[in-house]
Design a protein around this ligand. Structure first.
Ligand SMILES: [Zn+2]
Length: 161
């Protein structure tokens, strides 16, 4: 039994009262973790259209995140980048070797070429990703980039400098 039936029912209810008017072009790109406890629309009070929200495990500035950010600013007009990692992130609970061992045990596959981008120092992970974006030649210096940690227990953002 999959989730799809329930999801379609929920969508049908949503669409009954949906109104697409007034949705504007996004002004900034938000890179954050896929963690289900993070709801950027709520913790940043975003309306539909306010941001391009790019999510992955950890909110890491990997090649695919950069791909989306370049499309976001260059083709779709966003003018600022915000990186948000968070307390109690699952990416701090494993190492590359541990996950690779699991995959080898489960599937008999060698994932040694994949960096899953786990981290042990939360603030440093934000600094690393902001620096990665800042130093990316595809992203102009004129675009402000800032980094934050979101506290899943208080709902508060804290800037990381
Ligand atoms: Zn996370």
């Amino acid at each position: 039994m999959t989730m799809v039936g329930a999801l379609l029912e929920a969508n049908a209810r949503f669409a009954e009262t949906f109104d697409a008017s007034g949705i504007h072009a996004p002004r900034f790109a938000l890179l954050t973790c896929m963690d289900g406890r993070l709801d950027p629309a709520r913790f940043l009070d975003l309306a539909p259209g306010d941001a391009h929200v790019i999510r992955n495990a950890g909110g890491r500035a990997d090649a695919d995140a950069i791909r989306s950010i370049v499309v976001s600013y260059r083709l779709l007009g966003t003018r600022e980048i915000v990186v948000v990692h968070h307390e109690d992130c699952g990416m701090m609970r494993f190492t590359n070797d541990e996950l690779r061992d699991m995959l080898r045990a489960d599937l008999g596959l060698d994932a040694s070429q994949i960096d899953f981008l786990p981290f042990s120092d939360l603030d440093e992970s934000v600094r690393v990703d902001v620096r990665m974006l800042r130093q990316c030649p595809l992203i102009p210096d004129a675009i402000p980039i800032s980094g934050f940690v979101y506290d899943v227990s208080s709902g508060r953002l804290r800037e990381v400098r």
